[in-house]
Design a protein around this ligand. Structure first.
Ligand SMILES: *[C@@H]1O[C@H](CO)[C@@H](O)[C@H](O)[C@H]1NC(C)=O
Ligand SMILES: *[C@@H]1O[C@H](CO)[C@@H](O)[C@H](O)[C@H]1NC(C)=O
Ligand SMILES: *[C@@H]1O[C@H](CO)[C@@H](O)[C@H](O)[C@H]1NC(C)=O
Ligand SMILES: *[C@@H]1O[C@H](CO)[C@@H](O)[C@H](O)[C@H]1NC(C)=O
Ligand SMILES: *[C@@H]1O[C@H](CO)[C@@H](O)[C@H](O)[C@H]1NC(C)=O
Ligand SMILES: *[C@@H]1O[C@H](CO)[C@@H](O)[C@H](O)[C@H]1NC(C)=O
Ligand SMILES: *[C@@H]1O[C@H](CO)[C@@H](O)[C@H](O)[C@H]1NC(C)=O
Ligand SMILES: *[C@@H]1O[C@H](CO)[C@@H](O)[C@H](O)[C@H]1NC(C)=O
Ligand SMILES: *[C@@H]1O[C@H](CO)[C@@H](O)[C@H](O)[C@H]1NC(C)=O
Ligand SMILES: *[C@@H]1O[C@H](CO)[C@@H](O)[C@H](O)[C@H]1NC(C)=O
Ligand SMILES: *[C@@H]1O[C@H](CO)[C@@H](O)[C@H](O)[C@H]1NC(C)=O
Ligand SMILES: *[C@@H]1O[C@H](CO)[C@@H](O)[C@H](O)[C@H]1NC(C)=O
Length: 458
């Protein structure tokens, strides 16, 4: 009896102390310990208990998701080794959920943005508001060995008209990498998940990985990995017909690990996931590191591997069984980290700036937000914004003021085509308006401070 009791407690102790080596990046590949790692992932964003999730549905929050452990086991049984989570609330506890996934040897790729903090593709900015929000996510998740990487953005650029937002993504990557380093966290890779947009997808991949030597941060701004949301393979297709062959050929010189950050077209249902045989075959594994299937739970868009009933039960769809069989039958060739020779890998040239097709230079990137610098700058202004101010009001007044007096706005304006980023562009909207109003008042006299009823003289 005593012996049995002892054995059981040892078992419990060793299962809680179960160690999982963090993934690492070398050259174009991921590694777990000394062995190459292929992502077999599932997007995981079930609509868990709304009471605990306010505006963000955080499926890794212990209070909101009571069944992380059950889901982790189910996802393990599917044959997956990774999940991707799109939004979390950094002020909640995540220890239990992250542990439940670690317990099943499941790694987590995490988007640092959520709908309210992400870079706006039509009016991109990179300010301390966004940077602080991203840092909080990094602070919370960097302590877990199974955090595989951070996406600094998901499909921010989604057509030629919003290409300039890529510059802001690159700055976010740069600043998160330097933040992780400054906090002496494990060097968790920082990447980006791109949309599959013909005409710009290859330029974007080059832009985010290229050697931008003229930037003051030349060797730290590039992404550590690239995800690529791809739905080209529908039903029974093949390497060529699907477009995979062309994508592989186009991206063969990318210097960082790349993978499908989403895949699994659902135009033909049930999904047979025949693409799995190709993704993990020699045709693709020199260039790709696997992919993440969209998605775990059935939501309005109909991609669920399981349905979640009103009492929380998970009911498998045929897609689940199909994917499980596919993943069970592959065995991609793996290289060892030690023998993997990366000396031939050198960073690519940056894409050439072009007014219509690639309207952003690689010679400069948006400034690093610095809250202290901004607070100091607005401290002793003659004219400034006091109290609370609505974001939309700030935007409206700035728009009008900068239209009439461009000079007053020089330090808060940016131009991604020419690589001009004013020194106050990393400040908050309210700080920027104070700085612009102050400059405007200097040009036009004290009465001008009251523009929009928002400025106050001191
Ligand atoms: C985390 O990984 C390190 C190796 O980098 C290992 O020494 C440690 O035991 C792991 N910790 C856990 C809790 O898995
Ligand atoms: C990785 O190494 C750890 C010890 O550091 C070991 O416990 C674990 O089983 C290894 N994992 C694999 C997949 O080899
Ligand atoms: C994050 O969680 C905190 C604590 O429950 C809550 O007050 C806050 O509103 C949540 N934030 C969002 C954006 O959901
Ligand atoms: C860890 O995994 C084991 C085996 O699957 C399971 O019995 C146990 O409940 C899990 N623990 C946690 C904390 O998820
Ligand atoms: C970038 O270059 C600087 C100066 O040469 C060096 O100290 C730093 O380690 C480099 N950083 C990376 C990430 O390679
Ligand atoms: C790999 O490519 C060859 C042609 O080069 C093709 O015949 C074969 O079907 C492909 N294999 C897979 C698994 O897609
Ligand atoms: C928990 O998850 C498991 C596996 O996903 C599922 O079978 C079970 O029904 C869930 N239980 C509850 C109470 O949600
Ligand atoms: C899951 O839900 C979808 C959408 O409501 C439905 O079409 C499908 O039949 C359900 N699957 C199962 C196994 O109940
Ligand atoms: C790596 O490859 C380069 C040429 O591509 C070769 O010169 C070098 O000796 C190789 N290094 C190792 C350790 O094999
Ligand atoms: C970037 O380009 C510069 C100039 O060509 C070169 O000196 C440097 O080694 C390159 N950096 C990397 C990391 O390839
Ligand atoms: C810019 O791109 C367009 C469309 O790809 C092309 O027609 C044009 O020649 C390019 N302009 C320059 C100056 O390269
Ligand atoms: C931020 O700005 C302050 C005030 O100008 C300066 O002292 C500090 O060095 C800056 N911090 C960074 C990380 O550049």
């Amino acid at each position: 009896m005593h012996f049995l009791h002892l054995a059981l407690s040892l078992l419990t102790a060793s299962s809680t102390a179960f160690a999982l080596e963090p993934l690492t990046v070398k050259g174009r590949k991921f590694f777990q310990n000394d062995t190459q790692f292929y992502i077999k992932g599932v997007a995981y964003q079930p609509k868990v208990d709304a009471e605990f999730t306010t505006t963000i549905v955080d499926p890794l929050a212990d209070a909101a998701n009571k069944n992380c452990s059950g889901d982790a086991q189910l996802i393990r049984s599917l044959g997956a080794n990774t999940i991707r989570v799109y939004s979390v609330n950094a002020s909640l506890d995540h220890d239990k959920c992250m542990n439940a996934f670690k317990n099943e040897s499941i790694y987590v790729f995490l988007d640092v943005a959520n709908p309210s903090t992400g870079i706006d593709r039509t009016d991109p900015t990179w300010t301390s508001t966004g940077y602080d929000a991203y840092k909080q996510v990094v602070d919370v998740f960097s302590k877990y060995n199974n955090t595989a990487g951070f996406f600094a953005g998901n499909e921010v650029v989604n057509n030629a008209s919003n290409v300039p937002s890529a510059a802001y993504v690159r700055s976010a990557v740069r600043d998160l990498k330097s933040y992780i380093k400054s906090k002496k966290y494990r060097s968790i890779p920082v990447g980006y998940a791109g949309a599959d947009i013909p005409g710009i997808r290859n330029e974007l991949a080059a832009y985010l990985t290229c050697n931008a030597t003229k930037s003051p941060h030349d060797n730290v701004t590039e992404v550590d990995f690239l995800g690529y949301n791809n739905y080209e393979w529908c039903g029974q297709s093949d390497f060529y017909k699907s477009g995979y062959a062309a994508r592989t050929n186009e991206l063969q010189d990318i210097t960082v690990p790349i993978f499908f950050s989403e895949f699994g077209c659902n135009i033909i249902s049930p999904r047979v996931f025949s693409e799995v045989q190709t993704i993990y075959s020699k045709n693709m594994t020199d260039v790709w590191s696997g992919g993440i299937v969209y998605e775990f739970s059935e939501e309005v868009n109909g991609y669920g591997l399981v349905n979640i009933t009103s009492d929380g039960e998970r009911v498998k769809n045929t897609d689940f069984e199909n994917l499980q069989k596919q993943w069970a039958s592959i065995n991609p060739e793996k290289v060892s980290k030690l023998s993997y020779n990366t000396t031939d890998i050198s960073l690519p040239e940056c894409p050439t700036r072009n007014e219509t097709s690639w309207p952003v230079t690689s010679e400069a990137f948006p400034v690093t937000p610095n809250a202290t610098f901004c607070e100091d700058a607005v401290k002793n202004l003659h004219c400034s914004v006091q109290g609370e101010a609505e974001g939309s009001k700030i935007g409206q007044v700035l728009g009008e003021l900068c239209y009439y007096d461009q000079e007053a706005c020089a330090d808060i304006s940016s131009d991604s085509y020419n690589g001009h980023y004013g020194k106050f562009t990393g400040c908050t909207g309210k700080q920027q308006l104070s700085l612009a109003l102050d400059a405007y008042t200097k040009h036009h006299g004290d009465d001008a401070c009251s523009w929009g009823g928002i400025g106050v003289l001191s």
